[in-house]
Design a protein around this ligand. Structure first.
Ligand code: 2HG
Ligand code: ZN
Length: 488
């Protein structure tokens, strides 16, 4: 069994960790190969993509059907075991970390695309389907499922539903929630729940589908979803727009939407992020030493229209002090330009322990957000590196540890991050745009919501999960931690 105490004491939450007899009862539900308690599995499922955090679960359980999910939740609820639903573990706010021990429930075996309905333009798929596989399957029919987080090649549909995942295309299409017509879910006590369906409109009662999407595994286990599809555009053009000033880049973001452009993506990389990515791959000369760049993706059905739109955009950018654009419509060349944006995370985080703040502000406050991030970091002797989805006002701010001793890093990190989030709220923003509150942002929830709104959300949690077995310790602040995460 676990040598380390879990950081949240399950007993304080009214929960119990499964003992050997309990694990035997689980095996009776999912079969002996559906339960893993070996060190390797516990270590692998004890971490996700969130910084350097790791918390060992007591067991990893891998059911093969919704029926098995229902039976194992009924058992866990009766015995008050913590249950942490998990997709591929690509989350960035610790949503899938078993912080109170207990069971990690992997949905990986629920991996069927149940139906592609070409009449209604919907697809119904199970939680364990890898997002890129779903996208490829609908693309065979000239269709698109628009949500496209950076983790598309490994993340599972269920994780994207639980986190209401977003990514670069959100400025045109909206996040995952906009594309979900219905859900199949299992409640904490094992009750199966079906919400919505294939109707494009349905205002009968509260919107449970909308509530469950983005509930971070705390209200129910999502096992399948019916999703809306659209026709895929036939052609695209990628533009890189270098700027000598941050304010110029920020002004261009506001101006291009005001002028009626509707890019599929509008991404920003500021100078420190550019410098970091320049250490990983060769940057085009025009980007070296620039204060910022925008990456804009235009999509449509004919090249001529896109070229006309690109020319208008370039003129607008020049008026705001921007430099000459780089453009690509050839897929290989487009991938090369996109790499300058998509490799930033790897470049920034590769060299240092870090803390990521997933900030979002109204688009008009983008430049102020970057300045606030830099100021908060510098006041505490740290460096902030910013990049992300400028079209949504959503920037990922990475605070870097560098070679600071661990204790000093933790102290400075916490102070700088709190200061940053206070500034973000002052700008009318929020404490997370797309990565979720999870474990790492929960202490900041009271900055974002008044007590009455948090109280109401806690009541919802109690209504869905009266014993609090589902993903304990997530979203809500205030549960006592007994220890920090341990390396494992
Ligand atoms: C992105 O926008 C993703 O690239 C990941 O949201 C952000 O680097 C990250 O952590
Ligand atoms: Zn992002």
């Amino acid at each position: 069994m676990n040598a380390l105490p879990p950081p949240l004491d399950p007993a304080a939450l009214g929960l119990v960790r499964p003992d050997a007899a309990g694990l035997g009862a689980l095996a009776a539900v999912v079969g002996p190969d559906g339960v893993r308690t070996d060190e390797a599995a516990r270590a692998a499922f004890g971490r996700d993509e969130t910084e350097d955090l790791c918390f060992l679960p007591d067991a990893v359980v891998v059911p093969a059907s919704t029926e098995e999910v229902a039976r194992l939740l009924a058992l866990a609820n009766a015995r008050r075991w913590p249950v942490v639903p998990r997709g591929a573990g690509t989350g960035l706010s610790g949503g899938a970390l078993p912080v109170a021990g207990g069971i990690v429930l992997s949905l990986a075996r629920l991996d069927r695309i149940r139906e592609l309905d070409l009449e209604n333009l919907t697809v119904t798929a199970e939680a364990g389907v890898v997002l890129a596989d779903l996208q490829a399957r609908v693309a065979e029919h000239g269709l698109r499922y628009p949500p496209d987080p950076a983790s598309r090649d490994s993340c599972q549909l269920g994780g994207t539903l639980a986190e209401n995942s977003a990514g670069p295309r959100t400025c045109k299409y909206g996040a995952t929630r906009h594309w979900v017509l219905g859900l199949e879910a299992v409640l904490a006590d094992g009750t199966r729940l079906v919400t919505g369906g294939k109707n494009r409109k349905d205002v009968a009662g509260y919107d449970l589908t909308g509530l469950l999407v983005g509930s971070e595994g705390t209200l129910a286990v999502l096992t399948a979803a019916t999703l809306r599809l659209v026709a895929a555009p036939r052609t695209s053009l990628t533009l890189i727009l270098p700027f000598p000033t941050l304010d110029g880049a920020a002004a261009a973001v506001a101006a291009l939407f005001r002028a009626g452009h509707q890019p599929t993506a509008c991404e920003l990389v500021e100078e420190r992020a550019l410098a970091a990515v320049g250490r990983l791959l060769p940057l085009p000369g025009t980007l070296v030493g620039r204060a910022a760049m925008l990456l804009v993706e235009l999509e449509g059905d004919d090249d001529e229209t896109l070229l006309g739109e690109a020319a208008a955009l370039e003129e607008l950018v020049r008026d705001l002090g921007g430099d000459e654009a780089l453009a690509a419509s050839d897929p290989a060349e487009q991938r090369r330009l996109w790499a300058i944006r998509s490799k930033v995370g790897e470049a920034v985080k590769g060299g240092s322990i870090y803390k990521e703040a997933d900030t979002v502000v109204p688009r008009s406050a983008l430049a102020e957000l970057v300045r606030a991030a830099r100021a908060a970091a510098e006041r505490h002797g740290l460096q902030a590196v910013c990049y992300g989805h400028a079209g949504d006002g959503n920037l990922h701010v990475n605070l870097l540890k560098g070679d600071l001793p661990a204790a000093l890093w933790r102290e400075r990190r916490d102070a700088a991050e709190a200061e940053l989030f206070r500034a973000v709220i002052g700008l009318g923003g929020s404490i997370t745009g797309e990565h979720g509150v999870g474990w790492t942002q929960r202490r900041y929830l009271p900055l974002r919501h008044p007590a009455a709104a948090i109280g109401l959300q806690r009541e919802l949690k109690r209504a869905f999960d009266p014993r609090g077995i589902l993903n304990p310790g997530k979203i809500f602040p205030g549960d006592a931690e007994t220890a920090p995460g341990e390396p494992c």
